[in-house]
Design a protein around this ligand. Structure first.
Ligand SMILES: Cc1cc2nc3c(=O)[nH]c(=O)nc-3n(C[C@H](O)[C@H](O)[C@H](O)COP(=O)(O)OP(=O)(O)OC[C@H]3O[C@@H](n4cnc5c(N)ncnc54)[C@H](O)[C@@H]3O)c2cc1C
Length: 405
């Protein structure tokens, strides 16, 4: 490999994009260091549907068997009324058909753990710390950490999610880039909940509110809340009791299984709670600092592909850095050029889908259910989902095909 004058890369965030980037950077001969604000890998969050580029990358990283082992093959999406009776829904075989069987539903934390295990051992990882400031110099970035250390790195990458600190420190405050889609999302997990419907995603909706559950292995159940809200205060400013109080206010009318689910909420300490937002930036890099995943271009949960896109951006960034032999400006420019149009189309799709996901009016809800009913008709489901499921981007080949093995 030709000599590179750029070697050390600090990556902020050990979620999905962070460990993926570390994996590919290491493969290309760089020395990545990961830093994560939380004291350990973050658990919690809902399940994600995983296919296309994300699946391809997991395969290239040698994770195909693992994701099939820890994942689920959802059979049905079922919408129920307040008595729990099915009012609409469809079988999900269409997703398997469209992807040639390469479609799996995964716990977000399971994916994060599998990616982390791939880099554990050979990569420096610092938990429980974060970047306070990162002044850039001609030949390095001088990083000041919260817990006192100061170190210099050739490059710094923000993989620190929707509320990225690297983005704030280098590009400006969150509100300049965040576009709220008008919903909040919350998720948590319990053991022993009844009823269970294996491999079925069960949803109950009212105008502007949606509550779903999904049965996991080991007698666990995941719950997902999505509700319409114009929240100016950052949810990260709300503490856990305030987040729970807001969910009780929104879902406390006792319909369907809500009373039981809110009962379970009382004892959870691990609640994922956030705004449903997108991040839109004119550029994803400045000088020696770049962003990947949600930090750069969060597409929101409405796209159903945030994790795969975080992985894809990490892979492309590492590949371009390797190709440019560390000439970071050339690599960052190519990274952005390759992905921007693709990401914009995903953001547009997610924005239009958001109104269908948790419609705010009874009429909207009715229409949504009609569309879902229509998806039970063979052929129509393919037509409805085909465009969003089949990826228009091909993963660039950086000559790394043999790395997984
Ligand atoms: C706990 C959790 C649960 C989630 N649950 C869902 C869900 O149910 N549904 C959904 O659609 N999306 C969820 N997401 C978001 C989803 O995982 C991301 O959209 C997607 O995976 C993109 O990955 P990413 O690596 O860019 O960001 P993320 O997966 O969000 O990872 C970012 C990482 O950066 C860390 N971090 C944040 N700030 C700092 C800092 N200042 N310094 C260092 N590290 C920092 C975070 O703790 C996190 O580990 C969740 C994210 C998290 C962190």
């Amino acid at each position: 490999m030709p000599r590179m004058n750029v070697k050390t890369v600090l990556i902020s965030g050990v979620g999905i994009g962070g460990p993926t980037l570390a994996f590919w950077l290491r493969a290309a001969g760089f020395e990545p260091t990961l830093i994560e604000r939380a004291p350990g890998l973050r658990a919690g969050g809902f399940v994600i549907d995983f296919w296309g580029l994300g699946y391809d990358l997991a395969e290239r990283m040698g994770l195909a068997n693992d994701i099939e082992r820890v994942g689920y093959h959802m059979r049905e999406l079922r919408i129920v009324d307040e008595r729990g009776e099915r009012v609409a829904g469809f079988g999900t075989t269409v997703f398997h058909e469209l992807t040639g069987g390469r479609f799996v539903t995964l716990g977000r934390s399971d994916l994060s753990r599998l990616l982390f295990e791939k880099i554990r051992g050979g990569t420096e990882v610092i938990f429980g710390d974060e970047i306070l400031c990162l002044p850039q110099h001609a030949d390095r970035v001088q990083v000041q950490f919260k817990h006192g250390n100061e170190r210099s790195f050739d490059l710094v990458i923000g993989a620190d999610g929707l509320h990225s600190s690297v983005r704030r420190l280098v590009f400006g405050s969150q509100d300049r880039f965040e576009k709220q889609l008008g919903y909040m999302v919350a998720a948590f997990e319990v053991r022993g909940y009844r009823p269970r419907d294996e491999d079925v995603y069960v949803i109950h909706s009212e105008p502007g509110r949606m509550l779903g559950r999904f049965a996991l292995r080991d007698d666990r159940t995941l719950f997902l809340f999505v509700f319409a809200a114009d929240v100016d205060r950052s949810p990260t400013m709300l503490d856990l009791p305030m987040q729970k109080a807001l969910l009780r206010k929104m879902f406390g009318d006792g319909k369907w299984e809500r009373a039981r689910i809110l009962g379970e909420l009382s004892s959870t300490q691990a609640l994922y709670f956030d705004r449903v937002s997108q991040v839109k930036m004119e550029t994803w890099w400045r000088g020696r600092v770049a962003l990947v995943g949600d930090a750069a271009f969060c597409v929101s949960l409405m796209a159903g592909q945030g994790s795969a896109l975080a992985m894809t951006s990490a892979y492309v960034l590492a590949g371009e850095l390797a190709k440019a032999i560390g000439r970071h400006e050339e690599a960052f420019g190519n990274y952005e050029m390759r992905l921007r149009a693709y990401i914009s189309s995903k953001q547009k799709g997610a924005e239009s889908f958001s109104t269908a996901f948790a419609p705010k009016t009874r009429w909207g809800l009715f229409l949504r259910n009609q569309v879902i009913k229509a998806c039970a008709i063979p052929g129509l489901a393919r037509l409805t989902f085909g465009r969003d499921i089949v990826d228009t981007l091909q993963l660039p080949d950086y000559g790394w095909s043999a790395i997984a093995t």
